[in-house]
Design a protein around this ligand. Structure first.
Ligand code: ATP
Ligand code: MG
Length: 337
């Protein structure tokens, strides 16, 4: 079986619809066909200031949401990044292989640091893409299911893996690292903010009005759908250039219901935006209500949740430790006796 790896941050408590449609939904599908490793990336969450109690709660909450979305610990390995120390260890080695200019070109860093201001931006935020490189390479992942915003980081991962292999493999029977591919589903690669269909829906959105959080009261999200920004035309048609707002709503509707977009266009012919928005609000509510219930059930049993995560960490460590041992040997570290 080919292997996949991906992660999600526990920064905000709730996942948003972009996280689900762009990433987590694919994770659920891939556990049927792939040897799948999924993690809650708490090391990444401290690249911006965190409240310790909130981080702890949000890490469990993220795991509960992943299970509620359909991850099955019998079919995949679900764990917390900080439970596997090899991430930080390999992260350091990869830091030492990355050019400063190369790291400076990461657009996610530029966006995030611009939002925060230079004084509050940490070195950790600057190097987080390199930790992400280590996250992926430790598991010898063939594919990394992510949203479009992560494409550049997967490119960096490929570059650094090739650089390491080229420099250190020296005729070894097997390359140190597998070169991974990004796995990005085009239709849902980028879900847009409901108030500003030019920017991606994001946990760190400047305004909550365009951000659909899965754990909010469904009524709150229904209102956001109903007041989504569209355009001054009236025709319901998928056209990302001329009608980004309407197209975003159609994408969400189509994916949540498993209906093709052209079929939706036909169904809404001659109807106004209001009808589409009202129906979408209902579709979302129907989908999210059981999701919220399941999340709560996992949270209500923290011991089982923690034991799922402990078992996951054990399975993850077995793989990660093997890769790290090869890396430490090939870079020239003396083995510990
Ligand atoms: P932040 O803005 O703080 O980085 P985020 O909203 O990007 O948060 P992450 O935890 O960084 O959330 O991302 C988890 C996964 O969700 C990643 O694979 C990312 O590509 C995907 N993702 C995030 N936002 C979107 C979106 N708007 N559309 C599609 N996929 C998304
Ligand atoms: Mg992100």
């Amino acid at each position: 079986r080919p292997r996949v790896l991906s992660g999600i941050q526990p920064t905000a408590g709730s996942f948003h619809l972009g996280n689900y449609l762009g990433a987590v939904r694919q994770w659920v599908a891939l556990q049927e066909t792939h040897d799948a490793f999924y993690m809650v990336v708490d090391l990444h969450a401290i690249t911006v200031p965190q409240d310790p109690a909130e981080l702890r709660a949000n890490t469990r909450l993220a795991a509960a949401q992943l299970l509620a979305a359909g991850l099955d610990p019998e079919r995949c390995t679900l764990f917390v990044q900080s439970h596997v120390p090899e991430h930080a260890q390999l992260g350091w080695v990869m830091n030492c292989l990355t050019g400063f200019g190369e790291a400076s070109r990461m657009t996610q860093f530029k966006d995030k640091s611009a939002k925060q201001g230079a004084d509050r931006t940490t070195v950790g935020l600057f190097t987080y893409p390199i930790l992400q490189v280590a996250d992926i390479l430790l598991y010898q992942a063939d594919a990394v299911p992510v949203g479009e915003d992560q494409r550049q980081h997967i490119e960096l991962t490929r570059d650094l893996a090739e650089r390491f292999n080229g420099r250190f493999d020296q005729g070894a029977a097997r390359p140190t690292f597998t070169i991974p591919d990004a796995y990005i589903v085009r239709e849902t690669a980028k879900i847009y903010d409901l108030q500003d269909p030019a920017v991606k829906m994001s946990k760190s959105a400047s305004s909550p009005k365009g951000l659909v959080n899965l754990l909010d009261e469904p009524k709150t999200s229904a209102k956001k759908f109903k007041s989504a920004v569209t355009d001054t035309d009236t025709v319901i048609r998928y056209d990302t250039e001329a009608k980004p707002g309407v197209s975003n709503l159609l994408t969400i509707y189509a994916t949540l219901t498993g209906t093709a977009v052209p079929e939706l266009e036909r169904r809404y012919e001659g109807k106004g935006y209001g009808a589409l928005k009202t129906d979408l609000a209902e579709v979302f509510t129907e989908w999210v209500t059981p999701f919220r219930q399941r999340t709560q059930e996992y949270l209500d049993d923290p011991e089982s949740l923690d034991s799922v995560l402990a078992k996951g960490a054990e399975k993850a460590r077995a793989v990660a430790a093997e890769t790290l041992a090869t890396v430490y040997d090939r870079v020239g570290f003396v083995p510990a006796k």
